[in-house]
Design a protein around this ligand. Sequence first.
Ligand SMILES: *Cc1c(COP(=O)(O)O)cnc(C)c1O
Length: 445
Amino acid sequence: MKHETAKSAALFERAEHVIPGGVNSPVRAFKAVGGTPRFITSATGAWLRDADGNDYIDLIGSWGPMIMGHSRPEVVAAVQEAAVKGFSFGTPSTGEVELAEEIVARVEPVDQVRLVSSGTEATMSAIRLARGYTGRAKIVKFAGCYHGHVDALLAQAGSGLATFSLPDTPGVTGAQASDTIVVDYNDAAGLETVFAEHGDEIACVITEASPGNMGVVPPRDGFTNTIRRLTRAHGALMISDEVMTGFRVSAAGWYGYEAESLGYPEGPADLFTFGKVMGGGFPAAAFGGRADVMEHLAPTGPVYQAGTLSGNPVATAAGLTTLKLTTELDVYSHISRAADILRPAVASALEAEGVAHTIQSANSMFSVFFTDHEVINYDDARTQNVERYSAFFNAMLDAGIHMPPSAFEAWFLSYAHTDEILDRIISALPAAAKAAASVPNTQGN
Ligand SMILES: *Cc1c(COP(=O)(O)O)cnc(C)c1O
């Protein structure tokens, strides 16, 4: 069924006059999938309602934060209670202590956290801290890992064996990119080489704890431990970016999952970054880690970092209540079970139509690549047939299921994705698989 979209279309047209591309974050514009972005006016549980009054089952979850589903009553109540007491004080406040304590209690290697307002701010600040702590300039990141729109992290590998990088977007200078070294994810030998050449200049390696921003590409063969071993051996810090995975893939994020399943013989990362789930849909994020590193931050140390709205009382109330609910209601096993139901259903719908696909998981977080082989890095991820994803996406949307409007994203489940919701998603899959199959099987873009 095609939805009536006149009101969304009119809003988009208005938006395009006053907001570049009509959106405040590029992926929302539907450029990768075509069609009219839906302007959402309200959301409850697993459902989104758009300006034309259409309802969709949500598989974006605001790109991760809405792990309890939308408008969860306890979170609404906590936000209301906080809001009537004042919106922002610019002083220390109770909620920020409670949220920091909750994070520190969950993620064992994190002794202290500093609260900020976005994941971008968290990674930017963690990198400044690593540079300030080590007195070194260079940083290492992995191709396809996204850490927000930090200048130095919007870098791409230079040609061939060059270890200096190039800006990934106009507006980032050569100087900002040139201290960033980009390595393929899961490439232990490449990382060894970089450390052999530049080991004493490297302040830190930043990695997504388990990448989810090129689709889900988990670390292979103890890659996390390899990063840890090399950073420690060369006096560099390791920053594990858990903005997406944190408090989503387990109560202690990817750290908790990997510590339990694989162990950390080399020890955990020095610094962690968090966002998304910990704000419960409000702007709250954090970076944290070893106390001796964190104490290099002002006012105890020399590394400057600040924020007018950092630790905002309404945001911390939403975040803390969301985190408490995840453990009280055992949201992690709910989501694992939902993923265990959905993954094989997607696979069998695509198999029935002969659509090549690979489903990859970071514990309960998964994504579907329209490619026939394992994806271990960004080059592999880009072999997927994005036209097939667009056809699949649009067929799902027509059936009332709002997937992420990009092939390079996880499918975000929540506590509100009940069996009844999953059944609705599953019943939309055969037609979407057929739509994908109607696109020629030419891989790569
Ligand atoms: C979303 C994300 C960020 C950026 O967070 P924002 O709040 O959008 O700035 C950073 N790192 C990872 C791993 C993310 O998924």
